[in-house]
Write a protein of this length. Structure first.
Length: 190
């Protein structure tokens, strides 16, 4: 329970109030009449306002209305979004979503990209290279030319994601960015 001094509007919690008046013996429950005799009142809270996304509430100032102590609320606005970070995160989501190349699904997470690039180097060094590539549907056999095709498709996908990020950052810098743009224009993922 919060208890407000009706003159100064200082607020104490119940145990602080009891300690400040240790020379008195109080009943287990402090009634409004007893508090009023001492110049205090139990603090009543206004109803909480509805909040928009990201907003938070903090207890507001105490005021006196008709001899009663009331506390309002202070709405703390949501912090502004760090749009460059939000855009970069959306690019990353599109980048690692995977793609379909020649009828097979190819993962495009960072580990998969490293493995594909390593295989592409080998395929460039050895045109007779054949590899077994593991997909969600099982292993597929890829020739050197197919490995290079996959690597190029993955690289094109990744570059398209970075290109879209750059476009959105330019829109942001030009103050023409809208949040709806965040879901538009990314390369298609499977």
């Amino acid at each position: 329970m919060e208890i407000a001094n009706l003159e100064t509007l200082d607020v104490l919690v119940e145990h602080e109030f009891r300690a400040a008046h240790s020379d008195r013996v109080f009943p287990a429950e402090l009634g409004n009449d007893l508090l009023a005799e001492l110049g205090y009142a139990a603090v009543e809270h206004d109803p909480e306002p509805e909040l928009a996304a990201g907003e938070t509430l903090e207890p507001g100032d105490v005021r006196i209305e008709d001899g009663r102590a009331r506390r309002g609320w202070t709405v703390i606005p949501a912090p502004p979004l760090n749009w460059p970070a939000v855009i970069a995160d959306r690019r990353w989501q599109a980048e690692v979503a995977g793609i379909d190349v020649g009828g097979i699904h190819v993962d495009t997470d960072d580990r998969s990209k490293l493995l594909i690039n390593g295989a592409a180097v080998e395929a460039m060094l050895d045109p007779d290279y054949v590899m077994h590539w593991k997909t969600a549907g099982g292993f597929v056999e890829l020739t050197a030319a197919e490995v290079i095709t996959v690597a190029r498709a993955v690289r094109a996908h990744v570059q398209a994601c970075f290109n879209r990020e750059a476009e959105l950052l330019a829109e942001l810098a030009g103050e023409t960015f809208t949040p709806a743009m965040l879901e538009e224009g990314w390369p298609a993922a499977s």
